[in-house]
Design a protein around this ligand. Structure first.
Ligand SMILES: C[S@@+](CC[C@H](N)C(=O)[O-])C[C@H]1O[C@@H](n2cnc3c(N)ncnc32)[C@H](O)[C@@H]1O
Length: 237
């Protein structure tokens, strides 16, 4: 698939993530002890709990909380991030050889052979890709990587997430966030109709939609903003 062309358009986000995860990795203590509870819900609903002989990609792995969960289910886990700090934090959770770490530059195709994944998790990352063209690039790359019966579980902000409200106010699905801890980061938050159309164009189908709400429980966002996400469970159609 190659790379999307052009210089970094998301330098601000890269710097913020790298600084955050370098600190977390240096503490040698995970940021999160448990996996995302709503990923666990999605996995149970979609009957993905048995990962033996199956390969899972955690796209945007962060501190590795979800990698550890997937590994415990029996998946062979590939942890991918554009932050070396995030990969260091993830590695610290595992014994040697129990996780494959993949560093990629922004807008770079995932360096994995086509049709070799059973499960892709993209948890709280897709909107941070920042731009429609990068979102589209990775959705097409996921499609390339998925085996015929593979599943993709990804989150996107709901309409009442504070990010989407910014987008509704500005009338655009691409915008730059004004927020004390993420100021200046680009966000891509399309409406549901656009999202459904994109998924259909890729010949994928939504098998389940869940939703969760977090308010003050997120360390970097203890500010009382509405923080509500959809979880989309997808498969090839
Ligand atoms: C909000 S964190 C979520 C981390 C993890 N998925 C979790 O749920 O704990 C987003 C993660 O995606 C990574 N990320 C953001 N944009 C990326 C990109 N274009 N390519 C690779 N990783 C990216 C960040 O470095 C960060 O680790």
């Amino acid at each position: 698939m190659g790379n999307a062309k052009g210089k970094s358009v998301n330098a601000k986000s890269i710097d913020i993530y790298e600084a955050d995860y370098q600190k977390i990795a240096a503490k040698k203590k995970p940021q999160f002890v448990s996996p995302a509870e709503n990923l666990v819900r999605a996995v149970r609903h979609e009957k993905l709990e048995i990962g033996t002989d199956r390969v899972a990609l955690d796209f945007g792995c962060g501190d590795g909380r979800n990698c550890q969960y997937l590994h415990n289910l029996g998946y062979q886990v590939v942890a991918l991030d554009f932050s070396q700090g995030a990969l260091n934090a993830t590695r610290a959770r595992f014994d040697d050889g129990d996780v494959e770490l993949l560093f990629i530059e922004e807008k770079t195709a995932v360096p994995i052979l086509e049709e070799s994944l059973d499960f892709i998790v993209a948890w709280e990352i897709m909107h941070w890709l920042g731009y429609e063209k990068i979102f589209d690039f990775y959705m097409a790359d996921f499609k390339r990587l998925m085996r015929p019966d593979a599943k993709l579980v990804m989150t996107m902000p709901t309409e009442d997430h504070f990010l989407s409200r910014d987008s509704i106010q500005s009338g655009r699905s691409e915008f730059v966030i004004q927020h004390p801890t993420r100021n200046g980061c680009p966000i891509y938050s399309p409406n549901l109709r656009t999202l459904h159309e994109k998924i259909g164009t890729l010949e994928m189908a939504i098998t389940r939609t869940l939703r969760y709400d977090l308010y003050d429980s997120v360390p970097f966002d203890g500010l009382g903003y509405p923080f509500s996400m959809y979880v989309f469970c997808l498969e090839n159609s």
